[in-house]
Design a protein around this ligand. Structure first.
Ligand code: CU
Length: 337
């Protein structure tokens, strides 16, 4: 969509966007306490005009940032081939992660990004994960939702030793079950997962006859706690929109890597749930708000039959909006005419 058309839909002019850019918040550093923090413009503003101004500034920053984060919708990691084996190399590092606008946190990441790179394979593939731990604490990786042999399940002192700082471990197996899955830490996981050690692991089925025909396929990873409330590692207004043309169907793959439930609500257009935890439902069902618990994945289809800019957010409202406007788990679906 032309940016000016989007601005027209949102009812704001270019001047307002300029003002929003000037009003970008100063960089803030968070020490990463256990309390969810890093929330954009969390304040106790009482003046109503100032409340309006802060609400609009967030929207203006969101508009100005559209298309500025090409990694937001996750780019699959290209495997190296070793014979028939797809080899994925993951390096664990302690980094500073910016959830948007200079709001940086001490984070833990695979290959320097939060979430980690998307892994996309096909049912029946043989894969090898080569995991190097460059952090100051041990690590194990767990392939959440995949049917794997017990000795690569990634649970320290249960199925294998931890990957200690400076060490590398390999996990090799045949991918047996298709669907929307995840990989994440299984060592000190309440800290490591919420600090960023997580990623999508999507397995395309050999038999694609039940796969929906869609124009776009969005991976939508929810997280909370150590880095604030985020979608794909960013908090509003630094999230990116989903964009579709009128009449297109899109697929959204939700995954919750956090510690809290997030009821995901899309305005204006219902969601059709077609799969949970990688299993097709016998009968898909419709909803407008879908509870995603920690560890769960849901695949939904959105039939984009109403044009407009539709808010798309977690409906635990303290994860999404305050006196100074929207923050955290908020984005929009843009349906272009
Ligand atoms: Cu939430």
């Amino acid at each position: 969509m032309e940016r000016r058309n989007f601005l027209k839909m949102m009812g704001v002019g270019a001047g307002a966007v300029g003002a929003g850019l000037i009003a970008r918040p100063a960089a803030a550093h968070n020490t990463g306490s256990a309390v969810p923090n890093g929330l954009f413009r969390q304040g106790q503003t009482e003046d109503w005009q100032l409340m309006n101004q802060h609400h609009q500034e967030g929207v203006d920053i969101f508009l100005a940032n559209i298309g500025q984060d090409p990694n937001f919708w996750r780019i699959p990691l290209e495997p190296e081939m070793d014979g028939n084996v797809k080899v994925f190399r993951l390096t664990c590092e302690e980094i500073e992660w910016d959830t948007g606008g200079g709001m940086t946190f001490p984070a833990m990441a695979y290959n320097g990004m939060v979430p980690g790179p998307e892994i996309r394979v096909t049912e029946g593939d043989e894969v090898r994960f080569v995991v190097t731990n460059n952090m100051t604490q041990p690590h194990n990786i767990h392939f959440h939702g995949l049917r794997v042999p017990n000795n690569v399940d990634g649970v320290p002192f249960v199925t294998q030793p931890p990957i200690n700082p400076g060490e590398t471990q390999e996990y090799q197996f045949v991918v047996r079950n298709p669907g929307t899955h995840m990989y994440h830490s299984h060592f000190n996981s309440a800290e490591q997962n919420t600090r960023g050690m997580l990623g999508a692991l999507i397995v395309d089925p050999l038999d694609a006859s039940r796969e929906p025909q869609v124009a776009k396929d969005y991976t939508f990873i929810l997280n909370d706690s150590a880095l604030g409330y985020t979608f794909n590692g960013k908090g509003f207004p630094y999230t990116q929109p989903m964009v579709a043309k009128l009449g297109e169907r899109i697929r959204v793959r939700y995954m919750n890597e956090g510690l809290m439930i997030h009821p995901m609500h899309l305005h204006g257009i219902p969601q059709q749930v077609i799969a949970t935890d990688g299993f097709y439902l016998p009968v898909p069902y419709m909803c407008d708000t879908l509870n995603i618990a920690p560890g769960q994945r849901y695949d939904v289809i959105i039939n984009c039959d109403e044009p407009g800019v539709w808010a798309y957010h977690c409906h635990i409202l303290t994860h999404a909006e305050g006196r100074d406007g929207m923050f955290g788990m908020v984005t929009v679906l843009i349906v272009e005419e």
